[in-house]
Design a protein around this ligand. Sequence first.
Ligand code: 13P
Length: 340
Amino acid sequence: MSLEQLAATASAMVAPGKGILAADESNATIRSRFDAIGVENTPANRRDYRSFMFRTDPAMADHISGVILFDETIRQHDVDGTPLVQYIKDRGSIPGIKVDQGPREMANFPGERVTDGLDGLRDRLRDYYAHGARFAKWRAVIDIDGKLVPTPGAVKANAHMLARYAALCQEEGIVPIVEPEVLMDGANDIDRCFEVTEFVLKKTFQELFEMRVQLEGMVLKPNMVIAGKKSPVQASVAEVAEKTLTCLKITVPSLVPGIAFLSGGQSDVQATAHLDAMNRLGGNPWKLTFSYGRALQAAAQKAWGGKTEQVAAAQAAFAKRASMNGLASQGAWTEALEAA
Ligand code: 13P
């Protein structure tokens, strides 16, 4: 696969006004989302839920450049036999696939995790390509706990696996989304998040360099630099935007075409406001957009509640978040538009 083709896919993933829908919840994760709305976690309910999201018109075509899928979904067909992947392609959006197998406790590093999934990855990538995937995702999770966690050893292991994954993806013609997520669940302040994110991104790009990953053919999916949820001191939108951009400018080479943030547990509107503020500051070498899971889907799940008669309302809720974030990806979102 040529670098030109990888670069063209990566650019399309971060096209102006568009971002990525992370609908790759594992069956265990979607269970907790469904539990919250009283929906039974069956293959049919997962199919129906994803089917209506992917058929949301015109929001999917207008604002969703790509969709990250879970293994079950990329193979799943709708009631009438249409592959769910077809709905995505029909709207000019690109199917993607989560290929990591989740974080596990790391030997010798109590309280830290490393992501599984490199074994057999080349063959799985070939199968996913045949099913239509043109990009993939691998998520590493980095916890913050006081000054001692994360350790350099755990960060290095996660960065190395991200780079090995990315190299294999590019070999198979698949654009890697490289996702080193520093979690925002802790009690740390924003400056500790900055320090850890800077360290993690530096290690990640060092490993990407050593594993000969071509930066033009990847997308970075980082956390924003933000205070932990349990911190008594929460930063303003302006501070999050300014510190996140500074951190990224220190660490992310300008050849990377785009940065698509995860939402990480921010509220829907917070995730939109932060992205918008960063794009308003402007002057960045890379596109800045969204690759949200919860911040794109939470409102739609609530509106749906598993009821067929609520599908139109749920699609409207999804369309609203997609369009607000599409505006934010261009620095054109306002509170007035949000309230409208
Ligand atoms: P959230 O936006 O809910 O953090 O999910 C994005 C994602 O893909 C995490 O891996």
